[in-house]
Design a protein around this ligand. Structure first.
Ligand code: AMP
Length: 579
């Protein structure tokens, strides 16, 4: 682990360690489990299940049940409320991470500790050395769109923030980025500012000032990069004026940000004119990133899973620049590193690092409904296999056991094994394991909805329009119930075109249960609802207001009536299909 490596950074050493770990994945997994169970043998949780100091995987599987977050909530809540007895971890926990709340309904706490911080750095370093071999950067600086969420103390005095906030605020993160020569160059006051729109503006401004130093444009998830450049389209003239005059716009009101930015800003009419010329010369903002930052080597961020929707727009802004998809993890723990950066984003694979946790995989994934995944201990426990027992071509649900107090934890993701690197599996992300849309015998996941939106969105290609973002809903208030897809469109689309899109959306759900149910009218006609421009920004702001970090934001792909009223969806048009 990185503990051994400290923050010194020797690429050869990182590769050597990675090869060594993956060559002996079975042994490393056994030792990792042993270490986790030894360190936490005294915990109330493991004692409750009668593990009695056993550290082998057979006993672990036999005694400790598979759980969901809901099952662990009472334990975590006690920790959050200040109970320092060994509940889930042997060592007391001082920090908790909060989920973004956008993947799993509401924000949730999990323990965060040094081991999670170290595995984060191990993942970052591993993928970096492979990436840097293919796409070397010089003495690089990164335009990293990173933001902290609100940080607060829980009732019991634990520090709480989203996992990215916990990571970004650690000195290990800064030192590691420095060692990899990819540090974010915005002042800390910008990263940790209380208003993400102001932080975003200043991320852009500080990089424009040092435009020629930018070698990498990145964020945790691709959504934040697209969001940043959409914002650039709106505010570029203001940025231009700031650089020209050397005075920060009065829109930036946070004093700490103003003070930090004022130190960087000097009147620079030459640079301002250059930016103006570039922006005025672009057609529909194609190739904006290399135009502004010509030394950029690549764009980097998670582009798989629910991020696939943003790829098209990202490609548009990136021009010919390589798009490199980042690693795979969650606020509960990391899973794998992308060590094949040359693969196109959609085909990105993740090699599991066998020393960062203990991994099991549920075979024969039966996609559960939302309420089933929330339920407590399952009556019939699904069968799991170990890390090195998975089979190429098969899909599995991931189970995590971590150094931070999660034991046999159903992460809720489905992955496909597409090969092995030495003896550690190479995974592709498939989807969240819960179903989004199911009314009758139909079963449609996040991925199915995305594919349907993608197919229908193609009808816009001649119109220079795009689907900015989308979410969905099961409307059971009608008889029979039907699917509703909400869209925000980048411009004006005519009724006929939207009706065609609506038809296409309906036809593009190819699941036999859906097709059959539609035929016999057990499911009604799909409804497309077009939302007012800016609605998805409001949804983002809603979650950020609740404590989510922009860096971790994922648009919720399904909504309930309750959420819709929180989000204040303003529908501008309803379009039914007439199949
Ligand atoms: P959060 O814990 O809110 O940061 O979200 C974690 C979830 O994001 C994971 O459980 C996945 O569903 C998704 N995710 C994380 N990394 C990737 C990736 N590389 N590809 C696709 N989905 C990902």
């Amino acid at each position: 682990m990185l503990e051994k490596m400290g923050t010194k950074f020797d690429p050869e050493e990182v590769i050597e360690e990675f090869e060594m770990l993956t060559k002996d994945a079975e042994r490393v997994q056994k030792e990792t489990l042993q270490k986790i169970l030894e360190e936490n043998a005294s915990t109330e949780y493991l004692k409750k299940w009668g593990l009695n100091g056993r550290t082998d995987h057979e006993s672990f599987k036999a005694f400790v049940p598979l759980v969901t977050h809901k099952d662990l909530e009472p334990y975590i809540q006690r920790m959050v409320d200040g109970d320092t007895s060994p509940i889930l971890t042997g060592k007391p926990i001082t920090t908790t991470s909060l989920s973004s709340g956008t993947t799993q309904g509401k924000p949730k706490f999990v323990p965060f500790n040094n081991e999670l911080m170290e595995s984060t750095m191990q993942i970052y370093k591993t993928s970096f050395v492979f990436r840097n071999r293919e796409f070397p950067i010089g003495n690089g600086k990164a335009l990293q769109f990173i933001y902290s969420s609100k940080q607060f103390k829980t009732k019991g005095g634990l520090a709480a923030g989203t996992v990215t906030t916990n990571v970004f605020s650690g000195s290990l993160f800064k030192n590691t980025m420095k060692a990899m020569r990819t540090q974010c160059c915005s002042p800390d006051e910008v990263i940790f500012g209380p208003d993400f729109q102001q932080s975003l503006y200043c991320h852009l401004l500080s990089r424009l000032i040092y435009w020629n130093e930018v070698q990498v444009v990145s964020s945790t998830f691709a959504h934040s990069i697209v969001y940043a450049f959409r914002t650039f389209e709106q505010v570029w003239e203001e940025l231009y004026t700031d650089i020209r005059e050397g005075v920060l716009t009065s829109q930036i009101t946070v004093l700490s940000i103003r003070t930090a930015m004022s130190k960087l800003l000097k009147p620079n009419p030459k640079l301002a004119d250059k930016i103006h010329k570039k922006c005025s010369g672009l057609s529909n903002w194609y190739g904006l990133i290399p135009e502004l930052f010509p030394n950029t080597k690549y764009i980097y961020g998670i582009m798989t899973g629910s991020m696939e929707h943003y790829l098209k727009k990202l490609r548009h802004y990136a021009g010919e620049l390589p798009l490199l998809s980042a690693d795979y993890g969650s606020f509960e723990g990391w899973i794998g590193a992308n060590v094949n950066p040359k693969l196109p984003p959609k085909l990105a694979t993740f090699i599991v690092l066998p020393d960062i946790g203990y991994f099991e995989f549920i075979t024969n994934v039966e996609v559960p409904k939302q309420d089933e995944i929330e339920s407590s201990f399952l009556s019939i426990e699904p069968k799991t296999v170990g890390l090195t027992e998975v089979k190429v071509g098969e899909e599995y649900e991931i189970i995590l056991t971590t150094f931070a107090g999660l034991y046999r934890y159903r992460l809720g993701d489905v992955v496909k094994v597409v090969g092995f690197h030495n003896s550690s599996p190479k995974l592709q992300f498939i989807c969240r394991s819960n179903l989004l849309l199911t009314i009758n015998i139909d079963k449609n996941t996040e991925k199915d909805v995305q594919l349907s939106v993608k197919a229908a969105g193609k009808l816009f290609s001649n119109e220079k329009l795009e689907v900015v973002d989308f979410t969905s809903h099961m409307d059971l208030s009608t008889e029979p119930g039907h699917y509703v897809i909400f869209w925000e469109v980048s411009g004006e689309a005519g009724d006929d075109l939207l009706r065609e899109c609506s038809n296409c959306l309906d036809r593009s759900f190819v699941d036999v249960g859906y097709v059959g149910s539609r035929k016999v009218k057990a499911i009604g006609v799909l409804e497309l609802q077009v939302l007012k421009r800016g609605t998805f920004q409001k949804i983002l702001e809603h979650y950020v207001g609740l404590g989510a970090a922009v860096s971790q934001f994922k648009t919720p792909r399904v909504s309930s009536h309750k959420e819709e009223s929180h989000w204040k969806l303003e529908k501008i048009m309803k379009v039914y299909s007439y199949l």
